[in-house]
Design a protein around this ligand. Structure first.
Ligand code: ASC
Length: 150
């Protein structure tokens, strides 16, 4: 009896722990749409920063700060949309995302860290610092695109 109860408890705990990752999305297609939406939003604000960094747009410190904050925040979001249930949903993601899960996640962490550093640089209002941090962030974007995106 005790052991049966323990088994049930373990099963319930296992479900409870697994639930958050699963429950966020109605189905795999929604997970893919979510991660794509996050990349779209991040890309828009990163491009806005890119225009200022390259001189194509005038430098506006407040705008740069706001853009960098969005990039830093949204860079934390797409990764939950790469669950194993999404492996077979058609997208630009290469199979390597799931085959090299640990390396992929390290790349995601590098971006998140670079984006946080970019937000810190943007807080300073110093364009040279922003340029440096922007370059490092762009490098981390590109590294994953080269390996994991078709
Ligand atoms: C961007 C954007 C990316 C990155 C990448 C950097 O502006 O949308 O995905 O920069 O091109 O190499």
């Amino acid at each position: 009896m005790t052991s049966l109860r323990n088994t049930s408890l373990v099963a319930i705990l296992a479900l409870a722990c697994a639930a958050p990752a699963m429950a966020q999305f109605k189905n795999a297609k929604h997970a893919v749409e979510y991660r794509q939406a996050a990349f779209t939003v991040m890309g828009k604000h990163f491009a806005s920063l890119g225009a200022m960094v390259s001189g194509k747009a005038p430098f506006d410190a407040a705008k740069a700060k706001a853009d960098a904050q969005v990039v830093a925040m949204v860079s934390t979001l797409p990764w939950s949309g790469f669950g194993p249930e999404t492996e077979d949903v058609k997208s630009d993601a290469k199979m390597e995302v799931w085959l090299e899960k640990t390396t992929f996640e390290q790349g995601a962490q590098r971006l998140t860290k670079a984006a946080a550093d970019l937000a810190t640089a943007a807080d300073s209002g110093n364009l040279d610092q922003i340029k440096l941090a922007f370059g490092a962030t762009a490098k981390s974007c590109k590294a994953c695109h080269d390996s994991y995106r078709n």
